[in-house]
Design a protein around this ligand. Structure first.
Ligand code: BDR
Ligand code: CA
Length: 324
């Protein structure tokens, strides 16, 4: 039987604990040919996310995957990081990977994206789970890039409550102008925002399953240990369902799950744009639905609505275990 060809993908990220798990899932899935990693300033400045990307390829013995040079700051904003949310080094308190010996590739992320898009016209997907600056620069520099990309899948945004401000999710808030350029680039988009990520709870029992695995599973467990041990509930404490799972969330892993198992996630097709100038709402992703009367309804994004939590967790554990 003919072996199924892997689909080409570029991972654009800001590692980051959940970024690291996202990479491990994508690699372990065996479904994708990861052409390159494009670090960007986000959770930490680029001088941390770039070596972290190199640490990850060394961890899994895949230094053949190039790590490109990314953006140090947003399109208009100065560098905005998530401070200490991902610990001092970006991988939390329990993971301390050795300094990389592999050098960064000399090419810039945006040039690499265009080069690969021309190499795989209509096939290349970009999975972007950090601020969208690298991609935005690519669209600004190469006005015909949109014609060659198959799809962009992002972790980012929130239609209701944000996590960095009341209205904005971190990745979009960190570079709202970059995000606006990407949402308006004319490429089919899928967005795994906070609404869906907050459903993908990882419990202590799930963590124990990873802990029982091999070397890479144990690293994955360590990457999410503090998140899982800091309980997150699906409902408001007011109307709490005692049977609801309690644990942590790992946003970027949800977008990997969407790439690997689209049937695990239900989406709605909406128009999405970004508020870049709102005084109170900077970085908010706004959903435009057919009944929105003041703005024309032009759907451009499949936004995650619900996820099968059990399937998500099984998928995460299984794909990571393939690397053990
Ligand atoms: C997003 O922000 C970052 O802290 C995570 O890596 C994720 O991409 C969640 O809002
Ligand atoms: Ca991220």
């Amino acid at each position: 039987m003919e072996k199924e060809r892997k689909s080409p993908v570029i991972l654009d990220f800001d590692p980051g604990m959940d970024d690291a798990v996202c990479f491990l899932m994508m690699l372990g899935s065996g479904k994708y040919d990861i052409l390159g990693l494009c670090p960007v300033s986000g959770n930490k400045p680029l001088d941390v996310t770039e070596p972290n990307a190199l640490r990850l390829v060394e961890l899994v013995g895949r230094t053949d995957i190039p790590v490109l040079r990314g953006a140090k700051k947003g399109i208009f904003k100065e560098t905005r990081t998530s401070g200490n949310v991902h610990g001092a080094g970006g991988f939390g308190r329990h993971v301390d990977l050795p300094d990389p010996v592999t050098p960064v590739d000399g090419r810039y992320a945006w040039d690499f994206m265009y080069e690969q898009a021309l190499r795989y016209p209509g096939e290349l997907e970009i999975l972007a789970v950090g601020p969208l600056t690298n991609l935005a620069i690519a669209f600004l520099k190469y006005p015909d890039l949109h014609k060659y990309l198959k799809r962009i899948v992002i972790m980012g945004g929130a239609f209701s409550e944000g996590n960095w401000t009341d209205t904005a999710e971190f990745n979009i808030w960190a570079d709202p102008d970059g995000a606006k350029i990407v949402f308006n680039a004319g490429v089919p988009m899928a967005m795994m925002g906070l609404e869906i990520c907050r459903q993908a709870i990882i419990t202590k029992e799930d963590l124990a399953r990873l802990d029982a695995g091999g070397r890479i599973s144990k690293v994955a467990a360590d990457l999410m240990r503090d998140r899982v041990n800091r309980p997150w509930r699906q409902t408001d404490p007011e109307d709490e369902d005692p049977s609801a799972p309690v644990g942590g969330i790992l946003c970027d892993a949800v977008s990997a799950a969407y790439m690997i198992c689209p049937e695990c996630i239900e989406t709605e097709y909406v128009g999405v744009d970004v508020e870049t100038r709102g005084i109170l709402t900077e970085g908010k992703t706004v959903a435009i639905r057919p009944f929105t009367e003041t703005i024309p309804y032009e759907p451009n994004t499949h936004a995650g609505v619900s996820i099968d939590r059990e399937k998500f967790v099984d998928l995460m554990i299984r794909t990571v275990a393939n690397l053990d």
